[in-house]
Ligand binder design. Structure first.
Ligand code: NAD
Length: 438
């Protein structure tokens, strides 16, 4: 099959590379000539484990190529995937569909022969119908169908998620489009991964409902964590105790500094907005958004308390800036709220992150960047564990305590046990949803 992938971001590039690994002939398109130049030179513009090798293998097999020329990629394609960004629209919280509709117009002008135009971007209900209208208006003779194929991959584990998905959702209107989509996903179909075929609107809704549910689950445990601190319970034990119930499940029950990232904040905001527009307010989702903001603010209070009531003049080593480990993505990361608040309070902040610096430097002005946790901690008054990279999970605690001016830790990911920190010579510790000391 011939596939065109429009947009080579975290979703488009991974999807394009994986489709080529299925054996399809894939052309990836991006407006950004720098990205395409990098890809043509064999470099991956994002950090995603395993992507460079898989990309090189498929480029080598001549199944995968890159271009800025959308028309050339779309002509003759059996399926054209739209995987462009749908960020929050400034001002009203809605999904900004400018990039999706611009891509649809460009695709319309380039279609040849029967083509399925598939939206992979996360889009509100009704967007696929609008994409169809745009194409029909621009190219009345074009022979095409639209399909909705939302993506569920997680950054940091994206290839495995794409190759071994819990499910693939395909929203279609015609059997012809369903047949093309079945061919696209045949390798997964043959290995018995569930492919769920729905109408367009349900497919669009599934993506928002899934993300809102996950954001709710995280926020629920974060709120319970706050109460655990007040009543003397340990949220890790509570999460284990409830997670063993099969109806609840043990995933997404790790208390932390509040959700961030490129999807949950914008998708919960968009869903709340869709609810308001249809006079069906999404009250739970609206509460989740509000509570998540409060969770992040609570983290700032925690760090301030750890430093004796003020961070003014303190040196704080922040471990982790990206919104989660194994990605360089800084979009809506909790660090973007917490670090500026610390700097605003008069702290000197040193950050260390295995992949976040390239994006993070411009986003976190006033902070300095260290090469490793030990140089970040040298002479510091506190360590804040913000992103649980593997590199930060087995630190030499005694060495850290020895390097610091005052050995205090705010472990916002509950990586370390209070007893281990105490033994290593830390004088103060606060976690999330559990007892601290000092
Ligand atoms: P991204 O910002 O990383 O990438 C989007 C890319 O599209 C950019 O490289 C941009 O230059 C390009 N682009 C924009 N308009 C274009 C056009 N007209 N022609 C060609 N290229 C164009 O975005 P992302 O994180 O990959 O997300 C894409 C979509 O997938 C979003 O709707 C997002 O919600 C959804 N999604 C993201 C994830 C994730 O983990 N990042 C997971 C599931 C779904």
């Amino acid at each position: 099959m011939k596939i065109a992938m429009i947009g080579t971001g975290y979703v488009g590039l991974v999807s394009g590379v994986c489709f080529s690994d299925f054996g399809h002939e894939v052309v990836c398109v991006d407006l950004n000539p720098d990205k395409i130049a990098m890809l043509d030179a064999g470099q991956v513009p994002i950090y995603e484990p395993g992507l460079d090798d898989l990309m090189a293998r498929n480029v080598g097999a001549e199944r995968l190529s890159f271009t800025t020329d959308l028309a050339q990629a779309v002509a003759g394609a059996d399926a054209v995937f739209i995987a462009v960004g749908t960020p929050t629209r400034r001002g009203d919280g809605h999904a900004d569909l400018t990039y999706v509709y611009a891509a649809a117009r460009d695709i319309a002008a380039a279609l040849t022969g029967y083509t399925v135009v598939v939206t992979k971007s996360t889009v509100p209900v009704g967007t696929n119908a609008e994409v169809a209208r745009i194409i029909r208006k621009a190219a009345p003779e074009a022979d095409f169908d639209v399909a909705s194929n939302p993506e569920f991959l997680r950054e940091g584990a994206a290839i495995d998620d794409f190759m071994r998905p819990d499910r693939v959702i395909v929203g279609v209107e015609t059997k012809r489009a369903a047949d093309v989509m079945a061919d696209v996903y045949r390798p997964l179909f043959l290995r018995d991964f569930p492919i769920v075929t729905t109408d367009l609107e349900s497919a669009e809704m599934i993506k928002y409902a899934a993300n809102a549910f996950l954001a709710t689950k995280i926020t629920f445990i974060n709120e319970i964590a706050g109460l655990c601190e007040k009543v003397g319970a340990d949220v890790k034990q509570v999460a284990k105790g409830i997670g063993l119930d099969g109806r609840i499940g043990n995933k997404f029950l790790h208390a932390g500094p509040g959700y961030g990232g490129s999807c949950f904040p914008k998708d919960t905001s968009a869903l709340a907005r869709i609810g308001q527009e249809h006079a069906m307010p999404m009250q739970i989702v609206e509460a989740v958004i509000k509570v998540n903001d409060e969770v992040k603010r609570r983290m700032i209070d925690k760090i301030t308390d750890l430093c004796g009531g003020s961070v003014n003049g303190r040196t704080i080593a922040v471990l982790g800036a990206t919104f989660k480990p194994n990605t360089d993505d800084m979009r809506d990361a909790p660090s973007l709220t917490i670090v500026p608040a610390l700097i605003g309070g008069g702290a000197r902040v040193r950050i260390v992150d295995p992949q976040g610096r390239r994006e993070g430097e411009a986003l976190l002005p006033g902070a300095t960047w260290a090469e490793d946790p030990y140089s970040a901690a040298k002479g510091a008054d506190a360590i804040v564990m913000l992103t649980e990279w593997n590199e930060f999970r087995a630190l030499d605690l005694e060495r850290l305590a020895g390097l610091m001016a005052s050995a205090r830790m705010a472990d916002l990911r509950n990586v370390y046990a209070a007893s281990d920190l105490q033994e290593a010579g830390f004088v103060a510790y606060t976690g999330v949803g559990r007892a601290g000391f000092g």
